[in-house]
Design a protein around this ligand. Structure first.
Ligand code: NAP
Length: 280
């Protein structure tokens, strides 16, 4: 069977072209360039790279990146103070707190203090609640990217059995809720799940968000299933053994070039949504 490659890189580029035009319209109408503020605490190498990539994406679509750098020793109270400042700053349309933050910080408390109208990375529990209930709210970026790819390629979710492996707050749980909102029948698996391979064998759609290289084996995959690999492990390796299972699938997201490129684009997309709500 030939499998369709769900090309997130190409889709991200296409979406960015549209975002550029939307930002130009905002600037033409208001003379204001929308700002995305990114807070980074400490100097974790991966986080520094992600923040740089997000800054570059802002520049590509015409958003102004504002980087707030705080020392590793920052306390929860100090971080909250910075978030409150950005909440009050009328020029800022979106706030992103790069995670993970150092251990002494209460991350969820900080996420929850981001104004939900500026929570373009969808990390506030109020945003999660709104999205889960199917009312307007910013979605967690990677899950939103996954649903956007599936829709772009016309993959029907309604009535399908979707098995999500992983239940993190930023990925597993929200993607499960988005799939549910698309009328999929969703099973959420995690480290305490019993008989995981047998559950995956019943999946029409597999979303792997585990953080373990090639964790999902080819003999767990049903012929014709759709494979969404959100994993990104050292050496550009996903959470699904795609080398051996892609050919069994009807469609799959490659690693790299599948889910990964969509995440930052969805952040940009929700920042432009926020700017349009504010200015147009
Ligand atoms: P995480 O917070 O570490 O969560 C991993 C999840 O996998 C947990 O829910 C855990 O279960 C589950 N798990 C671990 N071992 C398992 C096992 N043996 N069987 C079943 N479930 C197991 O990771 P995350 O932040 O969600 O990220 C997951 C993956 O996505 C990583 O590879 C990460 O790099 C990637 N990612 C990619 C992007 C992107 O932009 N493309 C963004 C975010 C993350 P418990 O809850 O029971 O511990």
């Amino acid at each position: 069977m030939s499998s369709l490659i769900l090309d997130g890189k190409a889709l991200a580029t296409k979406i960015e072209e549209n975002l550029k035009e939307r930002v130009i319209k905002i600037i033409e109408k208001t003379g204001i360039t929308p700002i995305l503020a990114t807070i980074i605490v400490g100097d974790d190498v991966a986080s520094v790279t992600y923040v740089r990539m997000k800054g570059n994406a802002c520049r590509r679509v015409g958003i102004e990146p504002l980087k707030v750098e705080l020392p590793e020793s920052t306390t929860t109270e100090q971080l909250l103070e910075e978030i409150y400042k950005l909440n009050r700053d009328d020029r800022v349309c979106g706030i992103l707190l790069q995670h993970p933050v150092p251990k002494q910080i209460d991350e969820q408390k900080c996420f929850n203090s981001i104004d939900i109208d500026k929570d373009v990375d969808g990390v506030n529990v109020a945003s999660f609640g709104a999205v889960t209930m199917g009312i307007r709210g910013y979605r967690s970026a990677t899950p939103y990217g996954i649903i956007t790819i599936l829709k772009e390629y016309g993959i029907k979710m309604e009535g399908k059995h979707a098995v999500v492996i992983g239940r993190s707050a930023i990925l597993g749980k929200p993607v499960a809720m988005l799939l549910l909102n698309e009328n999929a029948t969703v099973t959420i698996c995690h480290s305490k799940t019993v008989n995981l391979p047998d559950i995956v064998r019943t999946a029409d759609i597999v979303v792997a968000a585990v953080g373990r290289p090639e964790f999902v084996k080819a003999d767990w995959v049903k012929e014709g299933a759709i494979l969404v690999d959100a994993g990104y492990n050292a050496g550009n390796i996903g959470d699904i053994d795609l080398k051996n299972s892609a050919s069994k699938s009807s469609a799959y997201t490659p690693v790299p070039g599948g889910v990964g490129p969509m995440t930052i684009t969805m952040l940009m997309s929700q920042t432009v949504d926020s700017a349009e709500r504010k200015y147009l």
